[in-house]
Design a protein around this ligand. Structure first.
Ligand code: KG4
Ligand code: ZN
Length: 365
């Protein structure tokens, strides 16, 4: 298909219910006609993490409202869609099922093509939606459930160069916020506190830098933070505003250092493979962190590599990325049918061995 394509995308794999409409004429710049995200942060806040059953119920309640709102904002009706794209995994199974069942219902009722999308591919293809980045490129996908370096060769072809063997950085940010009594999601809260802190006060570990390759580990970091916090509590009986800011700044500096060094190595590996296409794209919720973005930009400058990062609202979970990934699949001739199933796990690189850890949110990104 080379003409105009208008795709309705649905996303419900973790704690955001989202619908969006994306259109592309031929090879022109794709346009997001609408993008609606209903977050569930308040529902999960009392429990200190995402509760799968609460998430699934909220998705089921909200997904059709989300679709209606996306259509209204775009000023369109369902019959104007060319296909329905939906996140079919990886993620929390109840939520993914809500989206997949809704998409199947719409596709059947409207007699439209249905395409299942890998949520991680949605993040990984976002630089093509926002900046029309050509294949191949190096992608750092860094979120609440994932952290991996991928070479993106095509819409459904990825090579994983390395990733976290335990927690994802977003998970570590969220845990840090919980330990310090800051609101969720932890990333933005910790970043805000870190802005007023001294990042040299605590020397937190930079795990796996002594090992070759670009695998990472973040679980030791939150343990180190817990110890530092407890030492202050034992000493002074409480944390001052400055203590908290210094802990956040020192934590964030450790994450930034690890991501910077591992990115340097992943870039070297990637540039051997594609010396004529020096591009690093970053995506996923943690890519919203300004300290991380700034440092990655510096690392890229060292090797004359182009750095691209989506705008903040397209770094965190959204359905525009799902609609766009679906659009690429539809253009490539892919179609799914009513046998499309929801997959809790769905690695992008099917040939790479499983990483050791999968994080709090399982295989979610
Ligand atoms: O990709 P995403 O929206 O979805 C999931 O992984 O579920 O990423 C969410 C993660 C959360 O862990 C959140 O704390 C983190 O991204 N995050 C950030 C920032 N904004 C969101 N982490 C660090 N700094 C930020 N500014
Ligand atoms: Zn995600």
């Amino acid at each position: 298909m080379t003409g105009s394509l208008t795709i309705l995308g649905l996303e419900s794999s973790c704690d955001d219910t989202a619908a969006a409409i994306v259109r592309q004429h031929g090879a022109a710049r794709p346009r997001i006609l609408s993008s609606v995200v209903y977050g569930q942060t308040d529902l999960h806040a009392p429990f200190g993490g995402v509760v799968p059953e609460i998430a699934a119920r909220a998705h089921a309640e909200k997904i059709d409202l989300c679709v209606e709102e996306a259509l209204a904002r775009a000023g369109m009706s369902l019959v104007e869609m060319d296909a329905i794209a939906v996140t079919a995994g990886p993620g929390l199974i109840g939520g993914v099922l809500s989206g997949v069942m809704c998409a199947k219902g719409l596709a059947t009722a409207l007699d439209l093509p249905l395409v299942g999308v890998n949520h991680l591919a949605g993040h990984a293809l976002t630089p093509r939606l926002t900046d029309q980045v050509a294949f191949p490129y190096l992608m750092l996908l860094v979120s609440g459930g994932h952290c991996q370096f991928l070479i993106a060769h095509g819409p459904e072809t990825f090579t994983r160069l390395g990733g976290t063997i335990d927690d994802a950085p977003g998970e570590a940010f969220d845990k840090t916020a919980r330990l310090l009594g800051l609101p969720q999601p932890g990333g933005p809260s910790v970043q805000a506190e870190a802005a007023n802190g001294d990042c040299t006060r605590f020397r937190f570990p930079r795990p796996l830098l002594d090992r070759p390759g670009c695998d990472m580990s973040f679980s030791g970091l939150k343990t180190a933070l817990l110890r530092a916090r407890d030492a202050i509590l034992a000493d002074k009986g409480g944390l001052t505003v400055q203590d908290r800011a210094d802990l956040c700044a020192s934590f964030q500096a450790a994450v930034v250092d690890v991501l910077a060094e591992k990115t340097r190595r992943a870039l070297a590996m990637y540039l051997e493979h594609a010396p004529d296409q020096p591009v690093l794209a970053v995506a996923g919720g943690v890519a919203a962190n300004s300290a991380i973005r700034a440092r990655l930009e510096t690392v890229c400058a060292e090797s004359g590599t182009r750095f691209t990062a989506p705008p903040l609202h397209l770094c965190t979970d959204n359905a525009a990325m799902i609609a766009y990934a679906g659009l690429e699949r539809v253009r490539g001739g892919a179609r799914d049918d009513m046998t499309l199933s929801a997959r809790p796990r769905w690695p992008l690189d099917k040939t790479a061995p499983a990483l050791l850890g999968s994080g709090r949110k399982g295989a979610k990104a």
